[in-house]
Design a binder for this molecule. Sequence first.
Ligand code: ATP
Length: 440
Amino acid sequence: MRAIEIIRAEHRNMWRAAHAMQFLGQRFAEADNETERRTVELIVDYFESFCEVYHHPKEENLLLKRLAAKSNEAAETIARLRRDHDASPAQLARIRQLVGAPDAAKKLSQEIGLFCERLVEHMRMEEDVALDLAVNIFSRHDWAELDAAFRAHDDPLNQGEVGGDIGLLRHRIAQIAPAPEGLGGRVDTRLPMTDKSPAPVKAAAPLLEVEGLETRYGRIQALHGVSIRVRQGELVALVGANGAGKTTLLRCISGVQTATAGALRFAGENITRARPESRVRAGICQSPEGRQVFAPMSIEDNLIMGAHTRPGREITQSLEEIFDLFPILAERRKLPAGTLSGGQQQMLAIGRALMGRPQLLLLDEPSMGLAPLIVEDIFRIVRMLKERRGMTVLLVEQNARAALAISDYAYVLETGVVTLEGSGQELLKNDSVQRAYLGM
Ligand code: ATP
């Protein structure tokens, strides 16, 4: 199923290109600029020359055609995807025309916004519905043909060293839309697609202080004197490779793993020896690695479990707040949690942690095992929790690029030791972080 990886990788590139174009479109409305006009033209060239000539036909002639022949269920989705493919050349032509028109900045920005919105919806539908169906019904033979066709015309943005317009375009996109991999989400469409750096947080007192923390699993020492701080209202990321000790540190903070040395202070109180339940009552709530939702129980009951330390009268209000944040959970509240997709289960796991009314939200690998499209949704939610709700978040992630892009401050953990720290933006630019975690 190499074709699926290629489609997703191509979607990621399209999303970044669209994301950059939208950012530039918004800037036109404020001040016109020749370089930016040229970049938008390059992006339109890319969509026309690659997507219209290679990507869409590959999907049309192989994926959608074959899906249509094998599944009635897919008919509506296929029709919608085909309508989008048909409409896209005219949309791109309108953008190209407006780029060349003086005094059309506002119209251009609107047209780009519309294009991006449709593109995001289109890619989402394709990944969430069409590819899911294809995985279930296509034979090995189908996949062999699809794989070969998708390999045959690679996205120029994925090719090694390229010069000329594509090199320039790649450079510009990387400058403008460097961060998340994946797609924008539906969960809070009020959030702009633009990926501005988070607003600097005013120096507040640390909500969480971890000092010289050590812990062991029998003879294995997993943490060797780890010290980190999380200030009120901050989003702090903890990144590092497999087995670095990230989950262990979260387990020590939530109290399910005992510290053998060092100290933990939360809101000024020493909690090093406090029991896990009292830490939850104090406001430390965790969304665990692997989500761990209770599949046979209803979505609503899963959420209610997250509020077990709170008085019953407050639960209804909290449930409504979570449903407001994640409308998909409201729609399906009575269904078993196991009927949700992976991304929706991650939303449920975050919602369940929020039901405890946390002062500090611990998120363990929220992007784990999710398609890039969904990963972006999840990171958008995390950023929104911080920016709109003032939530303090400690985010553990292997997807260092996405985590650093949204964090105020970050720590790199290697074999139980903090080896680097700095603002998310500083670490994104750091050579050793780029080499070790960003694949650059
Ligand atoms: P991952 O992203 O793979 O979860 P991590 O950074 O969260 O990695 P931890 O799971 O905290 O890392 O593991 C840190 C170290 O502790 C590793 O060497 C791991 O093998 C070890 N370890 C973790 N859990 C246990 C356990 N229950 N028993 C023994 N050793 C463990």
